[in-house]
Design a protein around this ligand. Structure first.
Ligand code: PEP
Ligand code: MG
Length: 746
């Protein structure tokens, strides 16, 4: 880059910084900035467009277009060249704008005179705030150096905007991070809650964007990168023995941390006048844009780079991560995504959870549901918009989130919370009554659990027992493998708390999205269909044996129920049962008391098991349908992939007919069968399952009230007739017919 050019662009940044430091109002600042850029770039026009709302860009300042157009000219995202720059988050640089794709003529600006156009997205770490445009009469393309300099300027504008430099008197712009924002997203767990934002990964705020002394900034950057490299090396030596996956990620970190390309780009940004942290952010921002368009391998690598940039920013600014940041009162966790282990670490103190990504079928969602914490997923853009401590209302019934709500919304929300509390009171009033339908059929309602914190719900929900105790949650919350004595004490406490009610302990179900950091991970292309659950237990039986022993000791002469997850064929059940029998024999030899009675079941989570030989159904003491996994394999639709998961309704007649045949088979062979997937806790689904012949359902505790309430008001024989009619009619799903019937009845 020519020396003079670099000096020139540095001078421009210094001037921009002076504008920033001035006490002027937002609009005056913007006017001054476009004037400075136009003269520095020797362009005929410089304009700044900023988002008025999520879909609309507004011309906020211009030098060279008609002043009357300011705050009047607007375009939608994707509309015209400016809208396209914002939508694609890419530079458009053309010598002949009027014939460029997407050009829109805006008479009020007088822009037809200008031939060349260069639009640069104004963005900050993946969030687009507007567009910076320069135009010239002459038909010339702006040079690569000029575009680069404009990108640096755009970065400064983004930071200034972030810091609120363009708001205030005279500026018709929304104040960033101050106005109410509503997110329409997806329900993960019902309920309504209000509280304050607690960011899983708080944003780093960069206050010094422009720096006078590039040498000093370069030295700061190099020092920070050295610290970063050291910390990555340190993490690598610490985890070397533990986890191959983590190691791979860290190796990728190391590669980036030592990457000359990354370093060179940041050094060049500093040469243009940016501070070290602004340079890091600029490159991070560009990487994010690329990330969204990359294939999944590259996306992972760019994710690594993103993470590394965050670490570097923390080193440079001294701003910490969430660990250490104070949790506000009534914390509502806001995160891009979260794994079940991390969520468990936060504990039940959270009032609500809002995720930008996430999926309903994930185990993090299951944990949130077990805790009955309202969860909203796929709240697009919330991590960029929310600041730690912001007031937030989570409507888990509608999948809506109100960030920084105004008074009207707050009042409406209070009503909603009161209404939900009324419903709770209704459920509490039937807590001791059976789930007996109008036709006289009684359905056993059990609860799913996995944490000690779930146990009080056994009483408060009216559950008749624990139909699924997910033992892996205890493994997920630890940083090392629990010891046998520890597990045995824990299981004993669970059995104690159940006060004679049946608890079905499911042996360790790891793999898929449940990853133990302290176990050697398995590098496989499709973990949900890979080495997981009982497959791990049988091939590496050490942990399974230890767990079975712990369970037998915990029972200490009381009845014991154990079930094996993800059994796909007869021999897996037989092998697992043989492990149990061996464990019993060992305990007998050791002279420990054996359980008073034993029930050994299998979870039916793959369609194959429904067609196992009759002897399977005769040998097993019970079958528990794990509908979450079963459904994903039945429809070949990943339970964690929101895009495909929603295509297939649980009440699809194919799935129901499959269930019905399975239930009939169990009845014919006298095998008790229950259903413990998430669908059992959804009232309409529960009613349909009961009508098809399931007599035991296990669900999250908070669902027991609503399911019981509905069951008690219905005649299951009639529901079955509605299902059959829908099937005969050729409906794809019985949901429509059953919902219509329920509306009439209740
Ligand atoms: C299931 O698959 O339905 C089940 C209960 O197990 P998990 O959700 O823990 O995989
Ligand atoms: Mg499962």
């Amino acid at each position: 880059m020519p020396e003079g050019f670099e000096t020139e662009s540095r001078k421009l940044l210094m001037r921009l910084r002076d504008v920033m430091a001035s006490g002027e109002a937002g609009q005056a600042r913007l006017d001054e900035i476009v004037r400075l850029i136009a003269s520095s770039m020797r362009a005929d026009v410089c304009s700044i467009y900023l988002f008025r709302d999520a879909e609309t860009l507004e011309l906020c300042a211009t030098e060279g277009l008609k002043q009357e157009a300011v705050h009047q000219t607007r375009m939608r995202l994707g509309e015209g060249l400016v809208g396209r720059v914002a939508k694609k988050r890419r530079v458009i640089n053309t010598a002949d704008a009027p014939s460029a794709r997407g050009f829109r003529y805006m008479p009020e600006t007088g822009e037809e005179k200008f031939s060349s156009f260069c639009g640069i997205p104004v963005q900050r770490v993946g969030e687009t705030m507007g567009v910076l445009v320069v135009q010239s009469r002459a038909s010339i393309e702006f040079t690569a150096d000029e575009v680069y300099a404009l990108e640096v300027v755009a970065m400064v504008l983004a930071e200034m905007n972030e810091l609120g430099a363009f708001t205030g008197e005279g500026a018709a712009l929304r104040a960033r991070h101050q106005e109410p924002v509503m997110f329409r997203a997806t329900v993960g767990q019902e309920g309504a809650t209000g509280g304050n934002v607690y960011l899983h990964e708080p944003r780093v705020v960069v206050t010094n964007v422009v720096a006078d002394d590039p040498e000093a900034e370069l030295a700061r950057l190099r020092e920070a990168v050295d610290t970063l490299r050291l910390s990555v090396d340190e993490m690598l030596t610490q985890t070397a023995t533990v986890n191959k996956d983590q190691k791979q990620v860290l190796e990728a970190y190391r590669m980036f941390a030592n990457s000359r390309g990354w370093m060179r780009r940041m050094e060049a940004d500093i040469g243009q006048g940016l501070s070290a942290e602004a340079a890091v952010e600029k490159e991070q921002s560009l990487a994010r844009t690329r990330l969204e368009q990359a294939d999944s391998y590259l996306r992972d690598r760019l994710h690594d780079l993103d993470d590394l940039s965050n670490r570097l920013l923390r080193i440079l600014t001294g701003q910490g991560s969430t660990t250490g940041a104070e949790m506000p009162e009534n914390p509502v966790l806001v995160a891009r995504n979260i794994g079940p282990g991390e969520l468990l670490e936060y504990g039940k103190t959270l009032k609500g959870i809002v995720l930008e990504e996430g999926s309903v079928g994930s185990h993090a969602a299951i944990v949130a549901r077990a805790w009955a914490i309202p969860l909203v997923i796929r709240a697009n853009g919330i991590t960029a918009e929310a600041l730690n401590g912001d007031p937030i209302l989570v409507d888990g019934e509608q999948g809506i989130v109100h960030l920084r709500p105004d008074d009207t919304v707050k009042a409406a929300f209070r009503d909603k919370i009161a209404m939900l509390a009324d419903a709770q009171a209704r459920y509490a009033s039937i807590i001791d009554l059976p789930a007996q339908a109008q036709c006289g059929t009684v359905i056993g309602l059990q609860m799913n659990a996995g944490l000690m914190a779930d146990l009080p719900s056994l009483e408060s929900s009216g559950a008749e027992g624990v139909g699924l105790f997910r033992t892996e949650l205890q493994f997920l919350i630890r940083s090392q493998m629990p010891k046998r004595a520890e597990l045995s004490a824990l299981y004993a406490r669970v059995i104690d708390a159940a006060k004679g009610k049946r608890v079905a302990f499911r042996t360790l179900d790891i793999g898929s999205d449940k990853v133990l950091t302290y176990m050697k991970p398995n590098d496989e292309p499709n973990p949900a269909m890979g080495w997981r659950a009982i497959r791990v237990g049988l091939e590496k039986p050490g942990v399974l044996r230890m767990q079975l022993q712990a369970l037998i000791r915990a029972a200490n002469g009381r009845p014991l129920t154990v079930m094996f997850p993800f059994v796909a064929q007869l021999d897996e059940f037989r092998a697992a049962r043989a492990e149990f029998d061996k464990a019993m024999e060992r305990e007998r030899i050791l002279g420990h008391p054996l359980p008073q009675s034993v029930e050994i079941g299998a979870m039916l989570e793959t369609p194959s098991l429904a067609y196992a030989p009759d002897v399977f159904f005769q040998e097993v003491d019970f079958v528990s349908i794990g509908g979450n996994d079963l459904k994903q394999f039945f429809f070949a639709a990943d339970r964690e992939n929101e895009r495909v998961r929603r295509r297939y309704d649980t009440l699809n007649v194919s799935f129901l007919t499959f269930l019905e045949q399975l239930i009939a088979r169990c009845q014919a062979l006298n095998t008790p069968v229950s259903f413990c997937g998430e669908d059992a806790g959804r009232p309409i689904e529960a009613v349909v399952f009961a009508a098809l012949g399931l007599r035991n359902l296990s669900m999250r505790p908070a669902s027991i009230g609503p399911v019981k309430h509905l069951l008690r008001r219905l005649n299951l024989v009639e529901v079955k007739a509605v299902i059959d009619q829908a099937r005969e009619r050729g409906d794809q799903s019985v949901r429509g017919a059953v919902s219509a019937y329920l509306r009439e009845q209740v």
